[in-house]
Write a protein of this length. Structure first.
Length: 290
């Protein structure tokens, strides 16, 4: 176990570095993206991280998302040998997820809500967006994605939450991990995106990680107009019509939530010695090269 944990500011600095790399690649390759969810809200309301938030989210039209995944890993050189895609981590204990993460494998993290045995690194989340001709179609797909996500998450639940709710999640998580439930739900979530496409006409949705507390269905045309936002003293892209997006997500988004609703991932993070770690994305399929 680590003897020294990083401060939350150090974790945020590492995440900002990942966002900087992601943004540079997307601009160079003319790939569309927007800051999303709490990250866009933070840019609008705080010009940076929401003070109690501890992650970064971006969204991309699914075609741009696939182009990013296909092309990004080939440009990582020695300078960024510890930067990679979560989907390319190939060691026992890496988490299977239905979306992509850009990760820094020199910093390992642990969340109170992730089961023991699942290994995570500091990350930014990259979500693919698909579109539908009508809002009704998008909402129907969203409802299905919420159900599949609940089933998928059951296998990742741990006893990090207190009380009866935490006990129930622990039991359900144990059952789910001993069956094929996770892989079945994961396949369903991935299919919703893999079989989808994107057009700036109609309505867009993030079906890879549908959060039941907020309906992330919005006009696909928001991707037609992206502008720069200040975020922690730097400039990143987001929907020009932030009000449309954030109002759909959060309602009265400029009002701060009550203190008890200011949720974090409960992250603990520490630096690891790359020479002793065979979980790095640069190891490839041959772990003897680590």
């Amino acid at each position: 176990m680590p003897t020294e944990y990083l401060s939350m500011q150090e974790v945020k600095d590492a995440e900002l570095h990942l966002l900087r790399i992601f943004d540079s690649y997307c601009r160079k390759n003319k790939l569309r993206y927007s800051l999303s969810a709490g990250t866009l809200l933070g840019a609008v309301r705080h010009k940076g991280f929401i003070p109690w938030d501890d992650d970064i989210d971006v969204v991309m039209p699914v075609e741009d998302y696939k182009s990013f995944i296909a092309g990004f890993s080939s440009r990582i050189g020695e300078e960024h040998s510890h930067i990679g895609l979560a989907s390319q981590l190939n060691f026992k204990g890496s988490a299977a997820i239905p979306f992509e993460k850009l990760v820094d494998t020199s910093i390992e993290v642990k969340s109170a809500y992730i089961a023991e045995g699942i290994r995570e690194y500091v990350w930014i989340d990259i979500f693919p967006i698909v579109s539908f001709d009508s809002e009704a179609e998008a909402n129907k797909a969203w409802d299905a994605a919420v159900r599949y996500k609940h089933l998928f998450q059951a296998s990742r639940w741990s006893s990090g939450q207190p009380g009866v709710a935490g006990w129930i999640k622990t039991v359900l998580g144990t059952v789910a991990r001993r069956t094929s439930l996770q892989q079945w739900a994961l396949g369903k979530l991935r299919a919703l995106t893999d079989n989808g496409s994107f057009s700036t006409k109609g309505f867009a949705a993030d079906l890879s990680w549908a959060v039941s507390s907020s309906l992330e269905v919005f006009p696909a045309s928001l991707f037609n107009d992206l502008v720069e936002y200040e975020f922690e003293g730097e400039r990143f892209l987001g929907f020009k019509d932030f009000d449309c997006y954030l109002s759909l997500m959060y309602g009265d988004y400029m009002t701060l939530p009550p203190v008890d609703k200011r949720i974090t991932h409960g992250l603990k993070a520490w630096r690891i010695n790359p020479s002793n770690d065979c979980g790095r994305s640069c190891c490839g399929n041959n772990k003897q090269n680590c």
